[in-house]
Design a protein around this ligand. Sequence first.
Ligand code: TIU
Length: 227
Amino acid sequence: MPYIIAQPYDYPLPTDSNLALIIIDMQRDFMELGGFGDILGNDVSRLQTIVPTLKRLLNGCRALQIPIFHTLEGHQADLSDCPESKRKRGKGELTIGDVGPMGRILVLGEPGNSIIPELAPLSGEILIPKPGKGAFYNTQLESQLQARNITHLLTTGVTTEVCVQSTMREANDRGYECLLVEDATESYFPEFKQSTLEMVRAQGGIVGWTAPTDSVLQGLREWRDEG
Ligand code: TIU
């Protein structure tokens, strides 16, 4: 039985279904000054630290022909999919839909609302725009996973305790086997990242597993060699 060395115990890889890499919201809005993350009052520079590791994981998965999903948090131009509660929240002068240095904040199609160039999707990879924190809410994600018989998700991206954790919890409730890649996710708050890793794998893996990129790539290569 192929597996990834992980916590709280080895993560079994699928034998008659598929696995995907899902990269959550690696978009300029969260990574750069003037975006949504910045206007919420966060130090966006922290998130840059995972880019080389996530790129290595992405390239490794591409080489192994693992399906890749990218998500992008953003709203329709008329904000019809943005609850007033979300728009009102935050402490900056600007809010969702207002014009900032990278265009309208958190609006689909605006310059800031794009995946950072280092991790830009290639053709054949699936981009899921999402209005919420969890990637299953009001999106095509579940039907796209089902169409590919995907049961296992490697989750990565930003921010660990917000969109990444929300997505893992949504996935877990839908029966997906989720592994959070420890050094391919980051938060504006180091203590929240650490707590999230612990929350996910506590109680015998109540939400799923965690493992570093090196362990993930090693397990995936062995799995592909055996398969
Ligand atoms: N604010 C924050 O930490 N995150 C978000 O608003 N979205 C995501 O996590 N993608």
